[in-house]
Design a protein around this ligand. Structure first.
Ligand code: SF4
Ligand code: SF4
Length: 123
C-alpha cells in the first residue's frame, strides 16, 4: 500500500488566519506571486448562536492514496514515491493544469514564471 507515511496536518481549531505558513513556504521555495502550495481559506463570517464566526483552513496536498491528479496528468509528470509522497517531475510538466482540475482541493498550483506546477511535497 502506498499511503503517505508522512503527512502535513493543521489543527483548524487553532488557525487564526495569519497566513504565515503561506509566506514561509513561498520564501523557502522562492516562489513568485501566484502559486501557493499552502494556502489558507477563509470560511465565513457566518451567523452562530453567539454571533458571528469565521474559520480558517490551511489547504495543501493530502498525498491521496489513489491520487486523481496522477491519473489526469497526460505527461506522467506526477508520481507517487514508495513512501507515498506525491511529487511533480518538472522536467516532464508541460503546464496544462489538468491536475489542478482533477484535484478535489485544487492543491497543485501553477507557477506562471516556470509554466509548471508547484505541489507541497513536505520538504
Ligand atoms: S494534488 Fe490533490 S489529488 Fe493529488 S495527491 Fe494532492 S490532494 Fe490528492
Ligand atoms: S500541469 Fe504538469 S503535472 Fe499538471 S497535469 Fe499538466 S503536465 Fe501534469
Amino acid at each position: 500500500m502506498r499511503v503517505a507515511k508522512y503527512k502535513l496536518q493543521a489543527d483548524v481549531k487553532k488557525c487564526i488566519g495569519c497566513h504565515s505558513c503561506e509566506i514561509a513556504c513561498k520564501q523557502e521555495f522562492n516562489l513568485p506571486v501566484g502559486p501557493m502550495p499552502i494556502r489558507v481559506v477563509k470560511i465565513g463570517p457566518r451567523k452562530t448562536d453567539g454571533g458571528l464566526r469565521t474559520d480558517y483552513v490551511p489547504v495543501f496536498c493530502k498525498h491521496c492514496e489513489d491520487a486523481p491528479c496522477i491519473k489526469a496528468c497526460p505527461e506522467h509528470a506526477l508520481y507517487k514515491r514508495p513512501d507515498g509522497i506525491v511529487m511533480v517531475n518538472k522536467e516532464k510538466c508541460i503546464g496544462c493544469q489538468l491536475c489542478i482540475d482533477a484535484c478535489p482541493i485544487n492543491a497543485p498550483q501553477f507557477n506562471p514564471e516556470l509554466g509548471k506546477i508547484e505541489l507541497c511535497n513536505l520538504y
